[in-house]
Design a protein around this ligand. Structure first.
Ligand code: PHE
Ligand code: NA
Length: 440
């Protein structure tokens, strides 16, 4: 059977944006921003997205389009005379399963809030409500539903499932968030949230430069879905050669745009209706944003309606990302082991039901996986992909990059390759070392 492919270039771009835009933008980003000092974190994070994220995205695209394979198959096949690079790709496949295990817990929370918004069932006591649903049997139950929705899309295949679903979901997310942001920033008291978010204050950088750098780097990779092989896999379904640099820039800009837009909803809401961030995030736990936002909906007129729109948008964002996580191991089993898409999807979903339940029942494990472990795995993974692109593919990477590229993109090709060879992997390895050191 012929390998699957996207029906159109727009379909590929929207699927990649769908992967990038997700809980990373609306939940993990505000959580990290709150923990690491607001606007300063935003500034450092944006720099890393531009200087490390975008070139990293292009490296994954180059590997995927050149090999037309899942990450493990891609690296094994493109490396002449050795199979060992395949293990770097396989590490990505495993990372995808780890990611999905905790991500689907949060997806379940969103599902629960979405359902609850219609009746306002959590309005009475937002924090008690979150405490009840966050971990344990109810969390696991909603996680199962979220995983089932994810699996349904992946079962539909590249065109019939992923491309179709993301094409519908992405515009809806953008419109809903834009409307909500327009409304949120005009609420009385929103200004304090905006200044926490946007007025640059370097004090947090001075207080804990290393900690912030670590968190910002991890978040930059996470938000662009890098270091796992998602973008390798999605680019492997490309048909004809268009400019990877152009597509990559569009994807990065849209992801950042949605992230900033989400911040324009969340921060003004928290400050206008909840008295600020410190009220909400003291202790910096992962669920703080939910309690804060849920509490805000209680206070505002037509809170149910606005909440339905908000959690609906996030649910779509979460789903378009979780399908991109499941697709990596599915592609691996289909490409390398000759398994049918159907059995691969069902089998892997079954596996994540188990690993996911571990996260759903253990807040400690969940927190460790969602922040520390993920940062480590993505950083190590992307470092591997970059070294591979720069040194193993080398000149071939450049010609793949050039294929379909316009004049501006071509001019940037050589500096791109050199940064992929030298400074970027170095940066990631230092980040990795600092991350490991912090664990001791
Ligand atoms: N980029 C997604 C988000 O921001 C998360 C993700 C990471 C998806 C890695 C796929 C792979 O929510
Ligand atoms: Na993102």
């Amino acid at each position: 059977m012929a390998r699957e492919s996207w029906a159109s270039r727009v379909g590929f771009i929207l699927a990649a944006v769908g992967s990038a835009v997700g809980l990373g933008n609306v939940w993990r980003f505000p959580w990290m921003t709150a923990e690491y000092g607001g606007s300063a974190f935003l500034a450092v994070y944006l720099c890393i997205v531009l200087l490390v994220g975008v070139p990293g995205l292009l490296a994954e695209f180059v590997i995927g389009r050149r090999s037309k394979r899942n990450p493990a198959g891609a690296l094994a096949r493109l490396a002449p005379g050795t199979k060992s690079w395949g293990y770097v790709g396989l590490f990505g496949v495993i990372t995808a399963l780890v990611l999905l295990s905790f991500y689907s817990v949060v997806g379940g929370w969103i599902l629960r809030y979405f359902a609850g918004s219609f009746t306002g069932s959590y309005f009475a006591e937002p924090s008690a409500y979150f405490g009840r649903i966050s971990f344990g049997a109810e969390a696991a139950a909603f996680q199962v539903v979220f995983l089932a929705l994810t699996a349904l899309v992946v079962l539909g295949g590249v065109r019939g499932g992923i491309e179709k679903a993301t094409k519908v979901m992405m515009p809806i997310i953008a419109v809903l968030l834009a409307v909500l942001a327009g409304w949120a920033v005009t609420q009385p008291g929103a200004g304090m949230g905006l200044s926490f978010y946007l007025n640059f204050d370097p004090t947090p950088i001075q207080n804990d430069p290393i900690g912030m750098l670590r968190a910002a780097a991890g978040q930059a990779l996470f938000t662009l879905s890098l270091g796992v092989g998602t973008m390798i896999t999605y680019a492997s379904y490309l048909g004809e050669d268009n400019s990877l640099a152009f597509d990559g820039s569009v994807i990065s800009v849209l992801n950042t745009g949605v992230g900033v837009l989400a911040g324009l909803v969340v921060f003004p809401l928290l400050f206008a209706f909840q008295g600020g961030l410190t009220e909400v995030t003291a202790g910096g736990e992962s669920g703080a944003i939910f309690m804060g936002v849920a509490g805000a909906f209680r206070e505002m007129p037509y809170g149910e309606v606005i909440a339905v729109g908000f959690f609906g948008a996030i649910l779509f964002a979460a789903l378009s990302s979780s399908i991109s996580m499941l697709e990596i191991p599915v592609a691996y089993l289909v490409d390398e082991q000759g398994v049918s898409r159907r059995s691969a999807t069902v089998g892997l979903t079954g596996l994540v039901l188990v690993t996911g339940a571990i996260c759903a029942f253990n807040p400690g494990i969940f927190d460790f996986v969602a922040s520390t472990l993920v940062d480590l795995m993505l950083t190590a993974g992307l470092a591997g992909f970059l070294v591979f692109t720069g040194w193993v593919l080398g000149k071939d990477a450049l010609s793949e990059y050039d294929s379909g590229a316009g004049r501006v993109a071509r001019a940037l090709g050589t500096p791109w390759l050199w940064s992929v060879r030298t400074i970027l992997p170095l940066f990631l390895l230092v980040t990795l070392a600092v991350n490991l050191y912090a664990l001791l």
